[in-house]
Design a protein around this ligand. Structure first.
Ligand SMILES: *Cc1c(COP(=O)(O)O)cnc(C)c1O
Length: 345
């Protein structure tokens, strides 16, 4: 599949590492009962470029190239109060000499605090031009279009990056990741049986699925919902994967049954900490010195751990965890991840 037809900026030098996690695998197996657990591998997309990287970096390589091609001078995007995507978009705008504005959705009422730590601190340090805070349920596209209209009145040109960078263009970033993985599997002689990936705005899950199918990589992708159960999440992922496949001109219909996700681990609510997340964050930190985050990767890894304990993976199966980043928001939840507060299971 030829991705070179699409304009792309580069924010990462080379490939992110693909590594086995020996100590975590051993610790997980010790809790999986007599049947044992899988071998766990990690794809370090938390080590992508931008300050610091994560899955949004791959999407932004294609989205920002499109913005530049259209002559934009300002990136406009949206997200939750601790949005990694907003921070990564701001970081890309700085690298490109563009301005950046956010619309922040308070999905949990009064949760946006300008002087909060984590990504909010980075918004200020990196110098976002303007932030509009709106209540939960606001039409985010319309809110961003309003920002674009204000800029136009001042003779400027905004480019709207969709929430999470998830549209067909952004999804190309995870097609590129599929191709990178295919090459690494071959060069490192690794045979992976399943890939576990977070599933939120869907660009990662959907883009990777389109990339796997387009490259004939027959490895099942197991999504872990970060804000929705499968009945709501799977159609979003399917739509994204199909849009990416269409943009690539694959002439392929993505079968709905290729989209698999698991819910529950995101509860009680998107971004609200739970006990299983704390266990996952502590376990990865203390067995492998890998930092997960409380909003996404902690819950996604809690899903992998929970599935392993239920016997979902065959013993000795090689399972790849896609680390999508997010570590800055650890600092907005320090007491929670240290286990110093009461949390729901
Ligand atoms: C945005 C994000 C996700 C979810 O990825 P989507 O492409 O939105 O589904 C997972 N992990 C982290 C750290 C994120 O910031």
């Amino acid at each position: 599949m030829d991705l070179s037809r699409f304009p792309r900026r580069r924010y990462t030098e080379g490939h992110t590492p693909l590594e086995f996690l020996p100590h975590f695998t051993k610790a997980l197996r010790a809790t999986c009962g007599p049947d044992g657990g899988p071998n766990v591998w990690i794809k370090r997309d938390d080590m992508l470029g931008l300050t610091p990287g994560g899955n949004k970096t791959r999407k932004l390589e294609f989205l920002v190239a499109d913005a530049l091609a259209q002559g934009a001078d300002t990136l406009i995007t949206c997200g939750a109060p601790q949005s990694n995507h907003c921070r990564a978009t701001l970081s890309a705008s700085i690298k490109e000499g563009l301005k950046c504005r956010f619309v922040i959705e308070e999905r949990v009422p009064n949760s946006y605090k300008e002087d909060a730590s984590g990504n909010n601190f980075l918004f200020r340090l990196l110098g976002v031009e303007a932030i509009t805070v709106v209540p939960a349920g606001t039409n985010m596209l319309e809110a961003m279009q309003k920002v674009a209209a204000d800029l136009a009145k001042a003779g400027r040109k905004g480019y709207i990056v969709p929430g999470g960078g998830s549209n067909a263009i952004g999804g190309l970033g995870y097609v590129a990741c599929a191709q990178e993985l295919q090459q690494q599997f071959f060069e490192q002689g690794v045979r992976i049986d399943k890939v576990v990936v977070g599933s939120g705005s869907s660009g990662t899950h959907g883009g990777l699925l389109a990339g796997f199918m387009g490259n004939h990589i027959n490895i099942p992708i197991v999504g872990i919902g970060v804000s929705r159960d499968p009945a709501d999440q799977n159609p979003l992922v399917h739509k994204e994967a199909q849009a990416v496949a269409d943009l690539l001109g694959l002439g392929m219909t993505i079968p709905p049954e290729a989209v698999v996700s698991h819910g529950d681990w995101w509860r009680p609510k998107y971004s609200v900490p739970n006990q299983a997340m704390v266990e996952a964050v502590q376990m990865l930190a203390r067995t492998e010195a890998v930092l997960l985050d409380p909003v996404y990767t902690g819950k996604i890894m809690a899903g992998l751990i929970g599935l392993a304990r239920k016997g979902f993976f065959r013993k000795d199966e090689n399972v790849l965890f896609l680390h999508t980043g997010g570590a800055p928001s650890l600092h907005a939840y320090e007491a929670e991840v240290l286990g110093l507060t009461e949390l729901p299971a």
